[in-house]
Design a protein. Structure first.
Length: 568
């Protein structure tokens, strides 16, 4: 026995270390919050003492803790009852279902108070599926909620559906201009229909009463409990700052970072959180962005391994499904999308993005840029390279967020400069069928090109973008391996499939790289933090179709158990 007995010993399992060789062992020991031994049962049991908890995995899989590299933690928690009503599929399947949910909420909500909901997706509402040109309108909600303003967030976060009372409360009418790069959908008479896209959402979001600090704390606590049950031990909170003051009732506001600090001080932050600052929202000029960034002076974290500010988020364009991504080739049915920043010409748009990235880079921050269209992605990657050339930094680790139409040209440049891409496999699973209507079958199949990016030696990380999708990495791994769609099960882009080991790296070792933390987390190696989870069953031998249903039965963060369904 070693001089300091282990606190935990796992034996008789499949220990996937996700080290550089993807070593598989059968046992692992944890001492004082760190991995103290990895190997076979006999050598690891030598670390056990009388007080050691010994876990017989009985063939189960032990993994590094999952690192969701793009997850809106506070926003995810506030989409859950009682803060929001559930209008997501499969809870609702039609406009009639949405109306019934809102009607019940109106019966229980004092007159005049807001009703908020989350998760609607026109691709899963029966009336919209039957008639693709049919979109949600205020008239769908008015009859069941005449005395309440109603605001329903879409699952993507890029559209909001409101009733007439909400438009009136926000002062939005036919004369209200939409911010650049955004849309207030209007009817044939020029009246707002109640559907607002991209930055136009702020017009109604700002009318909502902000979340109190305690409600934000409750929302984060809800998320932390959810993540523990899923084996997620780290996540990137991608955007807290003045640009989020009006997003989801302030869930992405700068003051939410203070709530995270409070939870850390009180010992309640049961996951590791990396934060991107959000100086401005979806629609801003470079001048506005630079001014806001200069005003953000963040104090050092009291525990940077548990809570740290690692970078800055900005927006370069929208999403393909709203035709707000900037594409090299037109959308099906026309349109090339539009960048979210100011300027009326391509040259002005490019200059705006380049200046935002240049200032972020020069200030010493990592840049994480929301960008989806292939032309916009090329613009952003070019700006990364130009910023680094002007102000050389050996390890900036800038990355494109989403990067769904990443081009071969941009892959080569990202790899050459040591930059990365954060992709969203569960969104691919969700939208694979509907995207064909907007970008055509060939581009939809290519979307989120994991195989090409990994082969090009780009560091690829994966995130759920929760609450856009549930933060279920198991579905993400399955999707990366199968490329099957949620709605039809049809394969979309089989040539972009990757192997299990590669998929797991995007959620562990490579996600730790994005956090500048690969030397102390992300793999199960001696000396690294004991962030780990146990999956019921043998992941190496599982059919990829079965992975989403494999239960997570144990989760620990730094050796502290946060979820435990193992039988002793």
């Amino acid at each position: 026995m070693h001089s300091t007995p282990a606190d935990l010993v796992f034996v008789n399992g499949s220990v996937l270390t996700v080290d550089s060789r993807f070593t598989v062992a059968s046992a692992l020991a944890v001492t004082d919050g760190l991995v103290s031994a990895v190997g076979d049962d006999r050598e690891v049991m030598a670390h056990a003492g009388r007080a050691t908890r010994v876990v017989d995995l009985a063939g189960k899989t032990l993994l590094p803790g999952i690192n969701d590299a793009h997850l809106h933690g506070c926003a995810l928690g506030m989409t859950k009852p009682p803060l929001s009503v559930d209008v997501a599929h499969p809870a609702v399947r039609s406009m009639a279902d949405v109306r019934e949910v809102v009607r019940k909420a109106a019966e229980q909500t004092p007159a005049g108070e807001w009703i908020t909901g989350y998760g609607w997706d026109a691709g899963y509402l029966a009336e919209c599926v039957a008639a693709p040109s049919r979109l949600p309108t205020r008239h769908d909600l008015d009859a069941v909620s005449p005395g309440h303003p109603v605001l329903l967030y879409s699952n993507s976060g890029h559209a909001t559906w409101v009733n007439s009372a909400a438009l009136a409360r926000a002062g939005v009418d036919r004369n209200t201009p939409a911010p650049p790069g955004s849309v207030i959908v209007t009817d044939a008479a020029g009246e707002p229909t109640g559907l607002l896209q991209e930055g136009a959402q702020d017009l109604v979001h700002r009318a909502l009463p902000p979340l109190s600090p305690e409600l934000r704390a409750d929302a984060i606590r809800t998320t932390l409990r959810t993540l523990a049950r899923l084996g997620i031990t780290s996540y990137t909170e991608p955007g807290l700052g003045p640009g989020g003051d009006a997003l989801m009732r302030g869930a992405m506001a700068h003051s939410t970072l203070d709530v995270y600090r409070r939870l850390l001080a009180e010992g309640e932050l049961t996951a590791r959180v990396s934060v991107l600052l959000l100086p401005t929202g979806m629609t801003s000029t470079a001048e506005e962005f630079v001014r806001a960034l200069a005003a953000m002076d963040e104090p050092a974290s009291t525990d940077p391994r548990r809570l740290s500010v690692v970078g800055v988020k900005m927006f370069a364009d929208g999403v393909p499904v709203n035709k707000t991504s900037w594409m090299h080739e037109p959308y099906v049915g026309g349109g090339c999308g539009a960048l979210c920043v100011g300027g009326d010409t391509d040259e002005e748009r490019i200059a705006q993005i380049a200046e935002m990235i240049r200032c972020t880079h020069a200030a010493g921050y990592q840049a994480g840029v929301h960008v989806t269209g292939d032309r916009a992605i090329d613009t952003v990657v070019d700006a990364f390279a130009a910023a680094n050339a002007a102000h050389p930094r050996p390890d900036a680790r800038h990355y494109v967020i989403h990067g769904d139409f990443l081009t071969a040209r941009s892959m080569r440049k990202l790899a050459a400069h040591g930059f990365g891409v954060n992709m969203n496999p569960t969104i691919k699973w969700t939208v694979a069928d509907i995207e064909e209507e907007f970008v055509g079958p060939e581009r939809a199949a290519y979307e989120w090109p994991y195989r090409d990016a990994i082969d090009a030696c780009v560091t690829v990380t994966s995130g759920s973008d929760a609450p856009v999708t549930l933060p279920d990495w198991r579905q993400g791994v399955s999707t990366m391996m199968l490329r099957e769609s949620k709605a039809s099960g049809r394969v979309s882009g089989p040539d972009q499939r990757i192997r299990l080991a590669e998929a797991l790296r995007t959620y562990t070792a490579d996600a730790a790289w994005q956090d500048f933390a690969e030397d102390w987390k992300g793999s199960l190696e001696v000396g690294k933090v004991a962030d780990l989870c146990v999956l019921a069953g043998d992941l190496l031998r599982a059919d990829p179709h079965d992975i989403p249903d494999m239960p997570v039965v144990f989760t620990a963060v730094g050796g502290d158990v946060v979820h435990d369904e193992l039988t002793v």
